[in-house]
Design a protein around this ligand. Structure first.
Ligand SMILES: [Zn+2]
Length: 308
């Protein structure tokens, strides 16, 4: 009997589409690891999903950090489960960090989860919504674009709801947004042009992970909570010779390296890669390696980074 071609391909690839074997490496291991869901930026020319990261612990996807375009697909490919999330941490409300969040919420309609889901994000300013404005704009019962999902915001008719905590991005000191067992999350404002943004220091057991968020490093607040990270995940969005406008939004390679060195990061992961940064990748890595002596990893979608 001859198999139809599509079925044959499905069987060869594990029966569930074309996910590669190592996409599920984090899901299959014990201990703590970080999985890069999306390693790209806001432009659709880099063949990468936009920004998103998972923290895994003993085969469970316990935390999602950012949910840009493409993360919905990668979340499933990684075999992550919304049931297992202890929290979602959003750094800011550019599309490449938040656009797939409502799609993931819709996905929760089809699962069984009976505990609320904490969500963290920055406060608003005159031009950008904060976390509450974002969630209301998406899921609010009266005017939300996806108001058919408003039960996940007000708890009506759903078994769980989102539990938002807005972090004041202007505050001088960090805010502890989560503490449960041996998991602790601190958030603090980071400088990303005029966009209210936060970075996160997340401790899980003996390990510390820092997600810098998009930023230019010209603000000392994150460094204070980022010391001695086992893993520092930092966007490499610009080449060294980027102009002053772009430098308001993002750090150039030398600044990323100096941040990693000053905070004694044990490993640096470069993500948020864009055509502009990829075309200068070799030069950028050379600059970073001159100024930072630890291991440097260039992220790829679905890459699994064990911490133990
Ligand atoms: Zn951004």
């Amino acid at each position: 009997m001859k198999l139809p071609l599509a079925l044959a391909i499905a069987l060869l690839s594990g029966g569930l589409g074309l996910a590669r074997a190592d996409d599920t490496a984090c899901a299959q291991r014990e201990g703590v690891s970080v999985q890069i869901l999306g390693s790209g930026g806001p432009v659709a020319d880099d063949a990468r999903a936009s920004t998103g990261n998972l923290i895994w612990r003993d085969g469970k996807s316990v935390a999602l950090i950012d949910a840009g375009g493409g993360i919905f697909l990668r979340f499933g490919e990684a075999r992550a489960r919304i049931e297992d999330l202890d929290f979602v941490a959003l750094t800011h409300f550019h599309t490449d960090h938040s656009a797939d969040f409502p799609a993931l919420v819709k996905s929760a309609f089809f699962i069984e989860r009976n505990r609320n889901l904490p969500v963290f994000g920055p406060s608003s300013n005159a031009i950008f919504p904060g976390l509450n404005g974002f969630l209301n704009g998406m899921l609010g019962p009266k005017k939300g674009v996806y108001r058919y999902l408003s039960g996940f915001l007000d708890g009506k008719g759903q078994e769980f709801s989102l539990e938002p905590t807005e972090v004041d991005a202007r505050k001088a000191t960090a805010t502890q947004v989560f503490s449960k067992g041996d998991v602790r999350v601190q958030a603090v404002g980071v400088p990303h042009g005029r966009v209210p943004s936060v970075g996160y220091a997340i401790e899980v057991g003996p390990y510390k992970m820092v997600f810098s968020g998009d930023q230019n490093t010209q603000d000392p607040r994150l460094a204070r909570i980022a010391m001695n990270a086992d893993l520092l995940v930092f966007p490499l969005a610009l080449p060294e010779e980027a102009g002053p406008g772009a430098r308001q939004l993002h750090a150039v390679p030398s600044q990323i390296a100096d941040f990693a060195t000053a905070t004694h990061a044990r490993k640096l992961v470069l993500t948020h890669l864009m055509a502009a940064s990829l075309s200068a990748l070799d030069e950028s890595l050379a600059i970073i390696r001159q100024r930072y002596s630890g291991p440097v990893v260039v992220a790829q979608d679905l890459m699994c980074l064990p911490l133990d």
